[in-house]
Ligand binder design. Structure first.
Ligand code: PLP
Length: 437
């Protein structure tokens, strides 16, 4: 569509006529360098199928347009893919009705969204936010409030520093609280002193957690982890790990908190990963990404009543957390997930795709170390002498957008609604890309 924006003259020409090089120069010189983007490529929009994106790419013969299979779904944020007619039509309708109003006055969608959230997540109460990291910041506040009131061995409140134990290599987002939960050196560089009271232990190591709980006996407020470490490289814990962590939390009167921002909303073939592992309801979970079908930023802290009841008017709040469009899209997403049985589709498609990728991996035993994952969250780990960035560049050359995480893992998390043709394309692209590596 030729909108006002396509025709907006910026830097001497309409945006639609900008070259890829001009886009890259603007990003490189004006944008803080927080990501290493693929150069020479520009996404134009959704493609001919919901699991495809249309791009413009620099080639020796000039710029050409083509389609890629979206193998990443914006890090699991786009379950229905792009241009889904139901999502698009409904969101377009909403946007034509109203901009926004403050949270201090009710609107038609928030109440029903909260009721559906309760049914869908099985949690008691909800604090809507926008980005994933904000939900995690809110979780840290909830944990601290609970710790001061009900924490400690006697349940009468922790008087000293209340500790939150997290996992090495975790990813919880970019707020300062989330940063304090992570041990990545680049992330933490020059930011000290960070908030006190965070300790890390190796992921999937119950003994290490037991030792840490003992070290801070009576002062641990919570254990806060991702059920599957996605950003770290799709690390799936042993089957009993989370169960043992939950048990230790109970024994130590510490909250069991899961960051399900990437694993939640059907991605793993279950509504939530705590259900995948057959756990009891966690005390708190944080959600984001797919909550809005990827259309706008929507996130939420969800938890048990005795914890969430500690929030008070004026103590917390947000302009856009739970604003009408968020609640509308939140309801729409749950409606469509349920109607299309996306949970079972994620399990079915995940099995098909993982089997295919494993078949390809067996052809390259010297290059591929392991294929891991649950449902539609799959990682391909290559051996350290090979380069994950080169592998993802090769994937793009062969028609699939999938991005490396850290140096040696390729994350594959396409829209859950992807068709067989798209999954076969991911597998054949991996085959060709590994051959080229
Ligand atoms: N937690 C997890 C597990 C994530 O994967 C992410 C984002 O990738 C976040 C938190 C942060 O979410 P956001 O980027 O929306 O702040």
């Amino acid at each position: 569509m030729n909108t006002i924006i396509e025709n907006y003259v910026v830097q001497g020409k309409p945006i639609k006529d900008w070259t890829i090089e001009e886009h890259n120069v603007a990003l490189d010189t004006l944008g803080a360098r927080i990501y290493k983007p693929f150069h020479g490529v520009l996404v134009l929009g959704g493609g001919s199928k919901p699991y495809k994106i249309k791009i413009r790419q620099e080639t020796e013969d000039g710029e050409v347009e083509k389609e890629l299979v979206d193998g990443l779904a914006c890090y699991s944020a786009v379950p229905f893919g792009h241009k889904d007619p139901v999502i698009t039509e409904n969101v377009n309708y909403y946007v034509s009705q109203m901009a926004t109003i403050p949270r201090s006055i009710s609107h038609s969608y928030l109440g029903p969204w909260l009721v559906k959230l309760k049914e869908f997540t099985q949690m008691d109460m909800f604090l809507p936010k926008s980005s994933g990291t904000e939900a995690n910041e809110a979780a840290i506040k909830a944990i601290r409030k609970w710790a001061r009131n009900y924490g400690g061995r006697d349940g009468k409140g922790i008087k000293e520093t209340p500790y939150i134990i997290t996992a090495n290599n975790a990813f919880h987002g970019r707020g300062l609280g989330s940063t304090a939960m992570m041990d990545d050196e680049t992330t933490r560089k020059d930011l000290e002193p960070l908030m006190e009271g965070f300790e890390q232990v190796p992921f999937n190591d119950v003994k290490a957690l037991e030792a840490k709980l003992k070290e801070h006996d009576g002062n641990v407020a919570a254990v806060f982890i991702e059920p599957i470490q996605a950003e770290a490289g799709i690390y799936v814990p042993d089957d009993n790990y989370l169960h043992d962590v939950q048990k230790l939390c109970k024994e130590n009167n510490a909250l069991f908190v899961l960051d399900e921002i990437q694993t939640g909303y059907c991605r793993t073939g279950y509504n939530f990963a705590w259900q995948l592992y057959g756990l009891e309801k966690p005390d708190l979970i944080t959600l984001g990404k797919a909550m809005s079908s990827g259309v706008i930023p929507v996130s939420c802290l969800c938890g048990k009543k005795e914890i969430m009841d500690l929030f008070e008017p004026h103590g917390e709040g947000s302009t856009f957390g739970g604003y009408p469009l968020a609640a509308f899209v939140g309801l729409l997403t749950i409606h469509e997930l349920e109607k299309r049985d996306i949970t079972n589709l994620a399990a079915k498609n995940g099995k098909y795709l993982k089997d295919k990728l494993e078949e390809i991996a067996r052809k390259y035993p010297e290059k591929v170390k392991e294929i891991r994952g649950k449902g539609m969250l799959i990682g391909v780990e290559i051996n350290p002498q090979y380069d994950g960035h080169e592998l993802s560049m090769n994937m793009m050359k062969h028609g699939v957008y999938a991005k490396e995480t850290h140096e040696t893992n390729l994350r594959i998390a396409p829209p859950i609604v992807i068709e067989r043709e798209g999954m076969d394309k991911i597998a054949s692209a991996l085959d060709a890309s590994l051959a080229d590596l």
